[in-house]
Design a protein around this ligand. Structure first.
Ligand SMILES: NC(=O)c1ccc[n+]([C@@H]2O[C@H](COP(=O)([O-])OP(=O)(O)OC[C@H]3O[C@@H](n4cnc5c(N)ncnc54)[C@H](OP(=O)(O)O)[C@@H]3O)[C@@H](O)[C@H]2O)c1
Length: 322
């Protein structure tokens, strides 16, 4: 069986290819869901301060780690510098806060969440002016922020560092200064938006790729006001047909397809049955006939869900990536 269950980072670390997404869940939902996810075998957990739930994840992890049910080195924990901390002085401050909330001594991977930055206004994650426009910090300097990220590896607070939502040009610029490799790029990626050029570019440069919204996140589609223009991936007739052929759910087809491309995926679910099925991907595979049909569903960037339009005025930032 040619299943690819893990990705090897340039640091030599092994990252489970299927991770658990934690955005858009209430504290109570997440506590129950993460417990169910750990029981179902998830070991890669994706989080960020902007999801405002790292304290909940910390509570669950502490329970598992202190009871000896799991060892720290069996987990792969990812967090991110928020846009409001995306400046050299923010990196140290925010990684320490994430570690405190997660009740951990180190992260496995720390990402710069977005290439753009917001002003630092107290503790606000998304500072806005009186017109509701997001307060942009246009002085973003990726090279200086990356140098601070590298210091976190040296200090032992994270084992690897990477980027999220950066475009090729922005990654290229960071690559000119890296002493510690860019281990991972986390981007929106699903069957309608396959990101072939960016994935190829990352492969050439030794950067692993993680797909966010791999199921085409209906929650995010609604938030972005794109319900009419972006049809539900989980109801796509081709996906349903392949699911019937393989006796798998549409979500399993979409996730297995992503993993077979050598890309990690971090689906979110707070439903115990669904999250169990979403990780049941490793004793079967899609055939070339299946993957050819799924390849043909790509619509390119017109199928992008997350263009950060929920931050009013975001396109005025010089590092807006899309
Ligand atoms: N780096 C970034 O900027 C960024 C941006 C967005 C997301 N992310 C990360 O990526 C993770 C995943 O992305 P996402 O949450 O946007 O989208 P997603 O994983 O594509 O979709 C999540 C949605 O699908 C539903 N779902 C999950 N499994 C299902 C199944 N088997 N059948 C039917 N529906 C199912 C979930 O509902 P239920 O919970 O009810 O099952 C939820 O509404 C996030 O949680 C976050 O960790 C990162």
């Amino acid at each position: 069986m040619a299943s690819k269950l893990t990705l090897t980072l340039p640091t030599g670390q092994i990252m489970p290819a299927l991770g658990f997404g934690t955005w858009q869940a209430t504290d109570a939902e997440l506590e129950a869901a993460l417990t169910a996810a750990l029981e179902a075998g998830y070991r890669h957990i994706d989080t960020a301060p902007v999801y405002e739930n790292e304290h909940v994840i910390g509570k669950v992890l502490h329970k598992w780690l202190s009871s000896g049910k799991i060892k720290r080195d069996e987990l792969f924990i990812v967090s991110k510098v928020p846009p409001s901390g995306n400046r050299p002085s923010g990196v140290d401050k925010w990684i320490k806060r994430s570690l405190k909330d997660l009740q951990l001594d180190y992260l496995d991977l720390y990402l710069i969440h977005t290439p753009f930055s917001f002003e630092e206004v107290g503790e606000e994650l998304h500072p806005v002016d009186k017109n509701g426009e997001i307060k942009l910090d246009k002085s973003t300097n990726h090279l200086q922020v990356w140098a601070e990220m590298e210091k976190q590896v040296a200090a032992g607070r994270t084992k690897a560092i990477g980027l999220s939502n950066f475009n090729m040009e922005q990654i290229n610029k960071v690559l000119t200064v890296t002493k510690v490799p860019i281990a991972n790029l986390q981007i929106e990626l699903h069957v309608y938006f396959q990101q072939r050029e960016l994935v190829e570019y990352c492969k050439k440069n030794g950067i692993t790729v993680t797909a966010y919204s791999p199921l085409g996140s209906r929650g995010l589609v609604k938030l972005m006001g794109k319900v009419d223009s972006l049809p539900d991936l989980l109801a796509n007739p081709v996906v349903l047909k392949i699911g019937e052929r393989r006796k798998k759910t549409p979500a399993q087809i979409l996730l297995r397809y992503t993993l077979q491309r050598g890309i990690a995926a971090i689906p979110k679910s707070t439903n115990p049955e669904r999250l169990k099925k979403n990780i049941d991907l490793f004793d079967w595979e899609l055939t070339a006939e299946d993957t050819d049909e799924l390849d043909a569903l790509d619509q390119g960037s017109s199928a992008r869900i997350c263009d950060f339009g929920f931050f009013k005025g975001i396109k005025n930032h010089p590092e807006f990536p899309f």
